[in-house]
Design a protein around this ligand. Structure first.
Ligand code: PEP
Ligand code: MN
Length: 342
């Protein structure tokens, strides 16, 4: 928000406004012009617009966050008004527009060479974003946990080299600042969908957030989790269906595609589908990707590895580069049938 101070405020008056902001944990940056003094409020602290109603030096409070739409519009109106287009960073990287937003890359960033190779290939094939875990949520604490910050540096290098938006997971509140420094989009994984402090911390960064459905979360719960991000002033939330846990065992998870049209009926948020974790089986990824697009998904999150058989994580569900190229070519044929482009 920006505070417009009354004309003829003295330096002491301006300082009193800045001091008041500091007491609330916010930082005030003073901008003086010939006519007026403005104070821009920063530091990610959300103040209610009426906080300064009683301040004799403040004439006007201008909110800088556009009117927020709630994640669940059904509660207000009955149906959603259409999908919000979320820009991932680079101007042409949009999820929620007519063009499908394909985000692809390895499960984990394993080394510089692996990442750069995949990045160039997926870009060439038509992806808008590069995925890759630097911090990996693993069930087994003794398995590969990700390279950490060096992986973030490789991701940033891949962005420079290809122009792809970088999508990577943040696992805890104390990692948020570090991951946000490198990433274009913060991914919140299935295990953290209910972690409200992490959702709020991600929202405070103002970066787009890719929110994966908890593997036992309902649609209702996912939309409420999104609301934790939106209420921090960050409406750039992309939902992601990544499969839920059922009794079925021929797949790793059960990809619940009905959620895609259901979200369209009640939320303005775009929704993409992750058929890699949603099936756990590489051969099932192309058909489920096509099904996801056919039922209205705004994009896909797909694991791709130059040598799936050697992958440190999730090789069994990763597409090889030729498999990914083939899928993209098939999606290019399919997309116009559902009024999409690739
Ligand atoms: C991932 O996409 O890297 C991941 C760990 O996914 P999920 O949180 O859906 O298991
Ligand atoms: Mn994975």
């Amino acid at each position: 928000m920006i505070l417009v101070l009354r004309p003829n405020c003295s330096d002491a008056d301006v300082q009193s406004v800045v001091d008041r902001l500091r007491e609330s944990g916010a930082i005030g940056r003073v901008m003086k012009s010939a006519e007026r003094t403005l104070v821009a409020v920063g530091n990610g602290v959300r103040l209610e617009p009426d906080t300064f109603n009683d301040d004799p030096h403040v004439e006007l409070v201008v909110p800088t966050v556009p009117q927020q739409q709630p994640a669940d519009e059904q509660q207000n109106r009955g149906t959603a008004r259409g999908t919000r287009a979320v820009c991932l960073g680079p101007a042409n990287a949009i999820v929620g527009g007519q063009r499908l937003g394909i985000i692809a890359g390895p499960c984990s960033v394993e080394d510089r060479q692996q990442l750069l190779e995949v990045a160039h290939e997926v870009k060439e094939a038509g992806a808008i974003g590069l995925r890759g875990g630097a911090f990996k949520p693993r069930t087994n604490p003794y398995s590969f946990q990700g390279l950490g910050e060096p992986a973030l540096e490789f991701l940033a290098e891949a962005r420079e080299a290809t122009g792809l938006a970088i999508v990577t997971e943040v696992m805890s509140v104390d990692q948020t600042e570090l991951v946000a420094r490198y990433a274009d989009v913060l991914q919140i994984g299935t295990r953290n969908m209910h972690n409200s402090s992490l959702l709020a911390a991600a929202g405070k960064t103002g970066k787009p957030v890719l929110l994966k459905r908890g593997w036992s979360a309902t649609l209702e719960e996912m939309l409420q989790a999104a609301e934790y991000i939106i209420r921090e002033g960050d409406s750039d939330v992309i939902l992601c269906e990544r499969g839920i846990r059922t009794f079925e065992s021929y797949v790793r998870h059960t990809l619940a595609l009905a959620i895609v049209p259901a979200v369209k009926q009640r939320s303005p948020l775009p929704i993409i589908v992750d058929p890699s974790h949603g099936t756990g089986v590489a051969d099932l990824v192309p058909p489920l990707s096509k099904a996801a697009v056919a039922c209205g998904a705004d994009g896909l999150l797909i694991e791709v590895h130059p040598h799936p058989e050697k992958a440190l994580t999730d090789g069994q569900q990763s597409l090889s580069i030729p498999q990914f190229q083939r899928l993209m070519s098939d999606l290019r044929t399919l997309a116009p049938a559902v009024d999409r482009a690739l």
